[in-house]
Ligand binder design. Structure first.
Ligand code: GUN
Length: 282
């Protein structure tokens, strides 16, 4: 039996309706949620991502400001912009789109964002809170994945979750969220030997490497939940994930498509985090 598809667009629609309702309630109290998105440079994928983030804000009653800067912007100037946004009462969330140009220290930039406005959840204080089980902001992509598992009532407690990819944006925080939900965790990275040996143990397989077809059907346990975080282009320029989707969906129990899976959920959880940042200021 082919896998059931976890539809990120549909789930996003439901969650965004709740965001829009709560944003309107805050606006009525004179506290419209506000998000600032900063993009430095002309990375084409980043340009699409930030446009989608700003559009989703507009569609759901969240005030948004997009600040675009040239690739040669100095680190000092960027830090100055962040300081101004930290002090701006209309802005409840600040997102600096990654990757940044090589001459800018992204750790320094992330640490400059006020932790209570760090809607990405990347600040070390937010990473520490997440690791110690008291999250303030959950990073948007892993948070969206947890909502997808919830949407199918998946019994995460006691399940074996295998995460392919160990980034600060997805893999590591995903491990923390799944661990807190009671899963047993394996985190694989680019040096892992015999990747398939690990992925075949997975009840829940989260793939976040940015490498097309890194996971093929023979690497999936029959019936597993396969969550594809990848966003790549195939030889025809069509969007695709990290999982060889067609054959994989013949083996998996559940699978997320690309596009229309994790991508919209990441943006939805950014809206949720921004809304909650604004709610906390009341
Ligand atoms: N680049 C890729 N994913 C993300 C994300 O979730 N947040 C930011 N700020 N940059 C990214």
């Amino acid at each position: 039996m082919p896998a059931q598809i976890i539809n990120g667009n549909l789930l996003s629609q439901q969650l965004r309706a709740d965001v829009a309702r709560r944003a309107a309630a805050l606006t009525a109290k004179g506290r419209q949620p506000g998000l600032a998105v900063i993009l430095v440079g002309e990375n084409p994928a980043s340009q699409v991502y930030v446009r989608n983030k700003v559009k989703a804000c507009e569609d759901n009653g969240i005030h948004s400001v997009l600040e675009k800067y040239p690739a040669d912007m100095s680190e000092a100037d960027l830090l100055q912009r962040i300081a101004a946004l930290n002090a701006d009462p209309k802005i409840h969330g600040i997102l600096v789109q990654l990757p940044l140009p090589a001459h800018i220290d992204s750790h320094k930039v992330i640490e400059a964002i006020a932790a209570e406005k760090d809607v990405d959840g990347f600040h070390i204080s937010n990473a520490g809170l997440l690791m110690t089980g008291q999250p303030l902001f959950r990073p948007c992509t892993p948070y969206g994945v947890m909502k997808m598992l919830e949407s199918i009532d998946y019994p995460v407690r006691g399940a074996h979750a295998v995460i392919v990819g160990a980034s600060n944006i997805v893999g590591k925080p995903q491990a923390m969220l799944l661990l807190q939900a009671g899963a047993t965790i394996t985190i694989c990275n680019s040096k892992t030997r015999d990747l398939g040996h690990h992925t075949r143990q997975a009840d829940i397989l989260v793939v976040a490497t940015g490498k097309r077809n890194i996971v093929t059907a023979d690497m999936i346990k029959p019936g597993a939940v396969v969550i594809d975080v990848g966003m790549n282009r195939d030889d025809n320029g069509k969007l695709c994930g990290d999982v060889d989707y067609g054959p994989a969906s013949e083996v998996a129990g559940y699978i997320t498509p690309v596009p229309g899976g994790v991508g919209p959920m990441t943006i939805t959880m950014l809206l949720v985090n921004t809304l909650e940042a604004a709610e906390r200021t009341l």
